[in-house]
Each structure stands twice: as structure tokens, then as C-alpha cells.
Design a binder for this molecule. Structure first.
Ligand code: ZN
Ligand code: ZN
Length: 408
């Protein structure tokens, strides 16, 4: 019997739903875990932070290889970073709760420390810098969101959430801060220079902790990726409270990047895939799940409905929901499975017989593709100038991908 060689796709990835991205470069000279890395927008280079307590700035050399121009030692393990390319300000959040501010030289060959912010008492999970306001925003495992002035170093305010804070985004125009937390909620805070900050609303839609956020200021869309493997697109600008889900990953979603000019959302996951979601197509919200004591097709009672079970002399069944109509069915009335890309389901989900007949083959056409990155992704960063995506893996390797083919 001939040996069968299969391409090793991660479990759960539909081979018909894949797309090849071109790997441009692999940077595999790190010996410790890389906690985060970002592409520098106006230079062929990147900044990485790792468990060996260093910041490295890597520049592309004439050979095409990336080599560090800076390797700077820190007093504690760095956990998150923010770099602003006009002011060359670099902020490093650390495990001990401190944020260090640096100035990177024009030639990217040296770093100067400017200030330390004793912002938190536990691991800093996210930092954002607003050069127009001169504000430094941060959040931490200590459940605090903190707000500092980068001109004076003074603390301007803060907010305590109910769970560990995990990620942060900021809208410069409306001065909204979005803080994701371990309980799966996103707090929307309004910051005002003279009045402090207030909680506007809390976005609840995930069943697992929030791993990453991305804000598109043009369309006012917030994207949240979660431990629950889903992404929620919150249409804040639409003012109708619409939020739809994207389901395609099989592990937690570690990074989401929206590319507005192509209307493409890129997601990177612990399941080793990079998801490319076409958002030119308007998706619909999933229906609410119906509450019922009996199957809404054959009337068979569900297992808690003792009265009907007695009357019908039958055993109760488990309740299932059709993902398209949201009605409650017993298992034998909802045996079919299909993808429903217009509702965000890129893998096959439970559906009732009637809905299955109403879905055409063209409705099942994928609206997302998944590329096997061959490493468990920790974080991803995108450069709109070079159209490259950087992925950082648990394997201590950084990979650069050419995104141009999927953006056309
Ligand atoms: Zn039934
Ligand atoms: Zn249905």
C-alpha cells in the first residue's frame, strides 16, 4: 500500500477553506520566549521583547536578513510594548507593574530611557500612547486601567474593573478607551482632560476572556478576539447595537488586525492558523436561542419536562439549537450540519432540517480563509506600508508574511 502523505493542517481546519500566504522571512535566533513583537511602520525593522529581559530592535540588512541593532537589558520581564513612529517613543510594560518610556534614535541604533511610570502593582498587559493628547494608557493584571500624562509623568486618573485587564485600545477622536478583561467583557471609558473618566458601557458577548482588541476609527468598528475561539465585531459607529460573531478558529484568538482599505480582518490564533476574513460582505447577527420545554418540531419533551414525559410515556431528550433559526430541537430533528458564512460560521454547525433546505450552495461559499502558519501564534503585527504581517510563535520564532495576494 502506498504511503499517504497529508499536509499537516491543524485539527478542525477545513482543507477546502485554506489559502497559502507567502512566508518572506523567518527569524529564529531567539533563545527565550518572545512575549510580543511589532513591525516598525516607517523602517524595515521590528521591535521584540522577550523573557530574557531584553528589548531588541531588528533591522533588515543588505543580505535581506534581520539582525539586532539594539539589545537593551531591562530590570524585569517585559510583557507588552507600544511604539509611536513620529515621536520615536517606545513604552515597555513589565511584569513588576512598571512602564518604562524610551526614546529611540533616528537611526534605530540607540535607546535613551526617559521616564518610569509606577503605574501598576502586577503585570502590565497592554500600553497605548496618544501623541496628540500626550497620554499614556495602560492596563494590568491588578484589574486597573491607568491614565498618565507623558509631559509631566503625572497620573491623570484610573478605573478598576471586576477582573484582570487583558488588552486595551484607544480612539483619539472620541477619547474612548476600550479595556478587555479576563471575564470576557469590554469596558468602554470616556476620558476628559478636566473631568476625569467615566464608564460609558460594558460590551458583553464572549464566554471566555478577551485576548485581543482592534479598533477601526474610520468605521468605528471594534473587533474582539477571545479565549472562546470567536471574534466579535462590534459596530459602535452604526449606533444600532449590532454585533456579529466570526467563528472559524479552534483555539484562542491571540491577535486581530483590521485592514480598512481592503476591508479585511486578519486574525491570528493559538491553533496555528492565520484567518483572513472578507468583511466587504455584510454578515448577520446570530438569532437568540429559543426557550422551550419540547422539541419545536416533533414535540418530544426535553429531559427536565417531567410532566410531558409522564403524559407521553417517553424519555426526555437533550435540547439543541439550530444555529440559523435559533429554535430548540431534539437531536433527531437537527441532525444536519453546515457552514453558514453569512452568520459567521466558517465551520459546520448544527442546523434544523427546514433551515438546511433553505440554504443554497452559494450561501455556503466561505467568506474566510485560513492559512497554516505552522506555529502557535502569540501575537501578530501588520505594516500598512509594506503590507507585511509579523507573527510571533510559542516556538520562539518570528515569521514575516506577504499579505499582498490576499488584499487584492
Ligand atoms: Zn424533535
Ligand atoms: Zn433552523
Amino acid at each position: 500500500m502506498a504511503a499517504e502523505i497529508k499536509d499537516s493542517l491543524p485539527p478542525g481546519v477545513d482543507p477546502n477553506n485554506t489559502m497559502k500566504l507567502q512566508l518572506l522571512r523567518k527569524i529564529d535566533s531567539c533563545e527565550d520566549n518572545i512575549n510580543m513583537a511589532i513591525l516598525i511602520q516607517n523602517e524595515d525593522g521590528l521591535i521584540s521583547i522577550s523573557d530574557d529581559k531584553t528589548i531588541r530592535i531588528w533591522l533588515k540588512r543588505d543580505t535581506g536578513q534581520y539582525w539586532p541593532s539594539i539589545c537593551h537589558n531591562l530590570p524585569a520581564i517585559p510583557t507588552c510594548l507600544e511604539y509611536e513612529h513620529v515621536t520615536h517613543k517606545l513604552f515597555i510594560g513589565m511584569e513588576n507593574g512598571t512602564i518604562s518610556e524610551y526614546k529611540v534614535s533616528e537611526d534605530y541604533n540607540s535607546l535613551k530611557q526617559e521616564r518610569d511610570y509606577l503605574a501598576h502593582i502586577l503585570k502590565v498587559t497592554s500600553v497605548q500612547f496618544s501623541p496628540t493628547d500626550n497620554w499614556l494608557l495602560s492596563c494590568s493584571r491588578d484589574k486597573n486601567f491607568q491614565w498618565h500624562c507623558t509631559q509631566t509623568g503625572r497620573r491623570l486618573g484610573g478605573y478598576v474593573t471586576n477582573a484582570w485587564c487583558t488588552c486595551l485600545q484607544y480612539d483619539t477622536q472620541a477619547k474612548y478607551a476600550f479595556v478587555g478583561d479576563y471575564a470576557g467583557n469590554v469596558s468602554l471609558l470616556k476620558l476628559t482632560s478636566n473631568e476625569g473618566l467615566e464608564l460609558v458601557t460594558t460590551l458583553k458577548g464572549h464566554s471566555g476572556s478577551i485576548c485581543c482588541l482592534c479598533w477601526d476609527s474610520q468605521k468605528q468598528l471594534l473587533f474582539s478576539g477571545s479565549f472562546d475561539q470567536s471574534i466579535v465585531v462590534w459596530d459602535i459607529g452604526g449606533q444600532k447595537g449590532t454585533a456579529f460573531e466570526l467563528q472559524g478558529h479552534r483555539e484562542k484568538v491571540q491577535s486581530v488586525v483590521y485592514i480598512p482599505e481592503s476591508k479585511v480582518l486578519v486574525s491570528a490564533s493559538d491553533d496555528c492558523t492565520i484567518g483572513i476574513w472578507d468583511l466587504k460582505v455584510q454578515r448577520n447577527e446570530c438569532p437568540e436561542w429559543a426557550e422551550s420545554n419540547d422539541c419545536q418540531k416533533c414535540d418530544r419533551p426535553f429531559f427536565w419536562n417531567f410532566k410531558s414525559m409522564w403524559q407521553q410515556k417517553t424519555l426526555g431528550g437533550r435540547q439543541h439549537h439550530c444555529r440559523k433559526c435559533g429554535l430548540a430541537f431534539c437531536d433527531s430533528c437537527s441532525t444536519r450540519r453546515t457552514t453558514i458564512p453569512l452568520l459567521g460560521f466558517e465551520y459546520a454547525v448544527r442546523i434544523c432540517d427546514r433551515c438546511d433546505e433553505s440554504i443554497s450552495d452559494s450561501d455556503k461559499k466561505p467568506l474566510a480563509f485560513f492559512h497554516d502558519s505552522r506555529h502557535h501564534i502569540v501575537n501578530a503585527s501588520y505594516s500598512s506600508r509594506t503590507k507585511m504581517l509579523l507573527t510571533v510563535g510559542k516556538d520562539k520564532i518570528m515569521k514575516l508574511w506577504d499579505m499582498k495576494p490576499v488584499l487584492n
